[in-house]
Design a protein around this ligand. Structure first.
Ligand code: SF4
Length: 188
């Protein structure tokens, strides 16, 4: 455990839980989504409430599509968004983002914090879909999610991935129940 910072900053004592989830940007900022894809005016408040209830902070991952192609997701004529993300220079930017998230996660771990989960997005998201196959992620998961899983694997980090599928109320309920169960179980 590293040295603590000077004490006495908070008269009530330091109350942090040392737990957090990593979550893609649009969960808390629907403005990141392409037109027609926003499920709320601003954010998934229920997910925020679950994290708050169970003492888990939230590390927001910059929207990967915006990171590599800008908000307008400009691609060459006839090139689908996923295809564009699988090509350079977009792919290189996704790898950089994944490396930076993995480094940040490792830094937290080295300092005594617990990353509980990576929360991605809808099943058809070219950047952030999460599909499972066997013990790992399926190839049709989002391009960024695959880059991040690869970075985690390379660094020996084992953190569960889950898509938060707000495109369907039933699926979203399943995902939120999964998160709540995980945070409840890991609290004990
Ligand atoms: S799902 Fe991922 S790529 Fe799509 S808007 Fe959300 S953060 Fe951006």
């Amino acid at each position: 455990m590293p040295q603590d910072l000077p004490s006495g900053i908070n008269p009530r004592g330091d109350r942090r839980s040392r737990r957090f989830v990593l979550a893609v940007e649009c969960i808390f900022n629907q403005n990141a989504r392409i037109n027609g894809a926003a499920a709320w005016p601003a954010m998934n408040l229920e997910l925020v409430r679950i994290c708050e209830r169970h003492g888990a902070g939230i590390v927001q991952i910059r929207c990967p599509e915006m990171h590599c192609l800008g908000w307008a997701r400009k691609t060459a004529p006839g090139v689908w968004l996923r295809e564009a993300m699988e090509r350079e220079p977009a792919l290189g930017k996704l790898h950089e983002l994944a490396a930076s998230v993995a480094e940040q996660t490792q830094d937290y771990l080295a300092n005594g914090y617990r990353p509980m989960a990576v929360l991605g997005a809808n099943p058809r998201s070219p950047g952030c879909a999460v599909h499972h196959e066997g013990d790992g992620l399926a190839a049709n998961s989002g391009v960024f999610i695959l880059c991040l899983a690869e970075e985690f694997r390379r660094r020996g980090l084992e953190i569960p991935f889950r898509g938060i599928r707000d495109c369907d109320p039933k699926l979203m309920t399943e995902d939120l129940e999964w998160l709540e169960a995980l945070l409840t179980k890991e609290q004990k």
